[in-house]
Design a protein around this ligand. Structure first.
Ligand SMILES: *[C@@H]1O[C@H](CO)[C@@H](O)[C@H](O)[C@H]1NC(C)=O
Length: 362
């Protein structure tokens, strides 16, 4: 099975009618079809490719004058891979962040692979699907988009339909692969920190095209830490469950997802109460709705600032000065010691110096 990944970054920031276009420069990565060799990076080959997100909703602070619309190449080339994604419904959440990253030269990782939905019609190649993973550098917004190809229609002038040479999919007259966004799973923050014993909110949400009211939404949160995985919470919610309440399996006590928020706003965020050190790790939010399933990954760091104290008896001035600083009840163990060594020693030194001058001046 052919798997294609695109890796790249935003190159330009342009505007279409009423919205803005974001153009991503990517490279197409194909996975080797060899059996049982999945998961090794060495088996990918890269080809340049482009992703164009059309008509993103513009935030008022972006001046339309600074934006220019995406223009496809003058001569369509079947070897070019240009994915043109219409973004109407669903809208891309936090699209403003993408535009800002674009204009501020912040790098955005972009990976695209061919996607095969659950229960897709056997043997049918139309429509084709792609899954796009976008991550703004520095732990901010992360998006997983499912793109569905649109039919390019018949050419009135009886031109033969141009086929993309690698993907074997029909191209539009301007040489782009026309797609639209049909499903989005996203997280506003790829990394979270919360104190020991406290509460963490791990952000995850989804958007979907043409939701039927009776449709079910499946959600699973898993924790992956040092090679071990365990389920945290599983939920199945839909119109049917509104009367009986959602079907929920809580595997970790004190974890919860608001079922009405999940159905109403597409908010799949996980709340974890009474945090323990063992809650630290990589959380995977998987949302399934209709044909589609996609994931987001959120890192949770459990932290505990130290309780710092000085031994008071040592603050009395003697010939030889010794100041002890005590740190206790903190996590992780490797980070806080240097705070104790430098910051508190400097502060301690200043206190002692002031006391010394106070004694002398008296
Ligand atoms: C979900 O709700 C929480 C709290 O109400 C909010 O902080 C968070 O941003 C929401 N996330 C999404 C993805 O809608």
């Amino acid at each position: 099975m052919l798997h294609i990944l695109l890796f790249g970054y935003l190159i330009t920031c342009v505007s279409g009618q009423g919205g803005a276009d974001v153009v991503l420069s990517c490279s197409l990565v194909e996975e080797d079809s060899g059996m049982g060799r999945i998961g090794s990076g060495a088996l990918f080959s890269r080809t340049p490719a482009t992703l164009v997100l059309r008509d993103l909703a513009v935030t008022p602070d972006l001046s339309p004058d600074t934006l220019t619309p995406f223009s496809p190449p003058d001569v369509p080339d079947p070897n070019n891979i240009i994915l043109e994604a219409k973004v109407t419904s669903p809208e891309i959440p936090e699209a403003g962040q993408l535009l800002h990253a674009d204009c501020n030269d912040q790098e955005v990782n972009c990976e695209i692979s061919q996607y095969y939905p659950r229960e897709a019609k056997q043997g049918s190649t139309e429509p084709a699907y792609f899954i796009v993973s976008l991550q703004i550098e520095g732990g901010g917004l992360s998006l997983t988009l499912v793109l569905q190809t649109q039919s390019v229609g018949m050419d009135q002038s009886d031109h033969p339909v141009l086929m993309q040479s690698k993907l074997e999919l029909p191209l539009s007259q301007s040489g782009t692969l026309l797609t639209e966004v049909v499903f989005v799973v996203f997280s506003g923050s790829q990394s979270q920190s919360a104190p020991l014993g406290g509460v963490a909110l791990l952000d995850c949400g989804f958007r979907q095209q043409a939701r039927t009211p009776r449709q079910e939404v499946g959600l699973e949160w898993r924790l992956q830490h040092r090679g071990h995985g365990r389920k945290v919470l599983e939920m199945r919610a839909g119109q049917k469950e509104l009367e009986t309440g959602p079907e929920v399996h809580v595997e970790r006590d004190g974890s919860s997802v608001d079922a009405s928020q999940l159905l109403g706003q597409g908010n799949a965020s996980l709340t974890l109460a009474s945090l323990k050190v063992s809650d630290q790790g990589t959380y995977i939010c998987t949302v399934s709705a209709g044909l589609f399933q996609a994931q987001q990954v959120v890192q949770l760091h459990v932290i505990q600032p130290p309780q710092v104290s000085f031994s008071e008896e040592n603050l009395v001035l003697r010939d030889k000065l010794k100041l002890s600083c005590h740190c206790k009840n903190y996590y992780p163990l490797d980070v806080q010691v240097s705070v104790c060594d430098s910051y508190w020693m400097v502060l301690g030194f200043m206190v002692v110096t002031i006391l010394f001058f106070y004694q002398v001046m008296k």
